[in-house]
Ligand binder design. Structure first.
Ligand code: FDA
Length: 393
């Protein structure tokens, strides 16, 4: 049986980073992947340009039952560390918006950097290899029964991500390992995911499909200002994806379609005074896309001066506190990430090692740490992978 210092299961962002870090420290590493190739999600990320990190990473950009857990790893492997790695390979990048960094040479180049580093560090990458069982021998070494025979290691790193986008090979494998070793889970749920609605609302969304508008989307706990996008199935776009991670089933969310105006009601009243002969539709033209404007206020044919203050007040409410009641989300098939996962109480925040199972580590999306949209999830994958890669003995 072939034995290693470290076996990493899952050659995604976190697994690659962990493997190359441990390899650089002289550890013998097997990086095992059940898919045909490593880094499948890296390749499709950011529309093929990979939003690989964010310039402004703070613990507040992450959701976890323990909001302090991610701090240690994030502080010890920062966006600048990853940028340094890219720069050493001649890779360049640009900020698109909100600190989001994208690779100029595309996602393929990011994956190549990671694979080249793995090769330099003598990491053995094996694809199309799956794990049938995990056992521990008398010395507490891990013995893996795989599709290509048994392999063993002192340290076992679970980097298999979450079940988002199963058609890309995503699985709940990490949760099965957690169950085997009696580790608690925070309920996994689809996150960064579009909303779906009942038949009536869906009909409206469908009629607006393709329309995008700058909005503030909020619930009682938080809010995000970015575009929302109407689709044939419901609502998507960055602001919707962000709030979906904070959404609980049965809850409503509110949408402010006039996010640049501090007091929508006061503004409409003043427009009535200043431009009584104008139609609502032309007043709102500068703020709403034409199709949405027509659908929301097109029925008001009379000038704003002839519209009662009560109607103005109702309209202002509809425009700035549009209540939406999603019936659900598009689920794991469309979720960019999975929130929840291995309960961080079970892990050391410094090393990602299980407190009760020495030598067993969980990193990346498998763990109950979920980032906002905008490069935060890859940064967590790099940072947690690096923490474990530095810690294995
Ligand atoms: P990841 O899912 O990357 O890797 C897990 C690996 O384990 C996969 O290769 C999988 O095949 C393998 N695996 C699973 N089960 C296995 C098993 N039983 N045996 C062996 N191998 C197994 N984030 C971001 O910060 N910026 C962005 O631009 C984007 N864009 C984006 C677009 C889309 C469409 C999606 C779906 C997601 C993103 N993300 C993102 C999120 C980001 O891709 C995600 O958070 C990281 O890839 C998580 O890295 P991990 O290594 O933890 O899991």
């Amino acid at each position: 049986m072939q034995s290693y210092d470290v076996i990493v299961i899952g050659a995604g962002a976190a697994g690659l980073m962990c493997a190359l870090t441990a390899g650089q420290r002289g550890k013998t590493v097997l990086l095992l992947e059940h898919g045909k190739k490593a880094g499948a999600k890296i390749l499709i990320s950011g529309g093929g340009r990979c939003n690989f990190t964010n310039e402004d990473v703070k613990p507040e950009n992450y959701i976890s039952r323990n909001p302090h857990f991610a701090k240690s790893a994030l502080a010890r492997y920062t966006p600048w560390d990853f940028m340094g790695l890219l720069a050493s390979h001649g890779v360049t990048w640009h900020e698109k918006k909100l600190g989001q960094l994208f690779c100029d040479q595309g996602a393929k180049r990011i994956l190549k950097v990671l694979l080249d580093e793995c090769q330099k560090a003598h990491v053995q990458l094996r694809t199309e290899m799956s794990v049938k069982s995990i056992k521990r021998d008398a010395d507490h070494h891990f013995i893996l029964e795989t599709s290509s025979g048994n392999v063993g290691a002192k340290n076992l790193i679970i980097a298999t991500g979450g079940p988002s986008i199963p058609k890309m090979g995503a699985t709940g494998f990490a949760y099965e390992v957690a169950e085997q070793f009696e580790l608690a889970l925070v309920k996994p749920e689809p996150a960064l995911v579009p909303f779906v609605f009942d038949a009536e609302d869906k009909e409206f969304m469908k009629s607006m499909a393709g329309v995008a508008v700058d909005a503030n989307v909020f619930n009682e706990r938080t809010g995000f200002r970015e575009n929302i996008l109407f689709t044939h199935r419901g609502l998507s776009g960055p602001a919707i994806l962000q709030i979906s991670s904070y959404w609980q089933s049965g809850e409503a969310v509110s949408v402010n379609l006039l996010p640049t105006i501090a007091d929508g009601h006061g503004w409409l009243v003043s427009q009535k005074k200043q431009h009584p002969k104008q139609k609502l539709k032309s007043i709102l033209e500068a703020y709403l896309p034409a199709r949405l404007n027509e659908a929301l206020v097109g029925e008001f044919k009379r000038p704003i001066g002839e519209i009662s203050n009560m109607t103005i007040s109702t309209l202002a409410d509809q425009l700035t506190r549009w209540h939406l009641s999603p019936t659900g989300t598009e689920g794991y098939a469309k979720a960019e990430v999975t929130k929840g996962g291995i309960d961080t109480d079970a892990l050391s925040s410094r090393t990602m090692e299980c407190k009760t199972v020495p030598g067993l580590y969980f990193i990346g999306e498998a763990v109950d740490v979920t980032g906002w949209l905008g490069g935060y999830n890859f940064q967590w994958a790099w940072a947690s992978g690096h923490a474990a890669g530095q810690a294995v003995i």
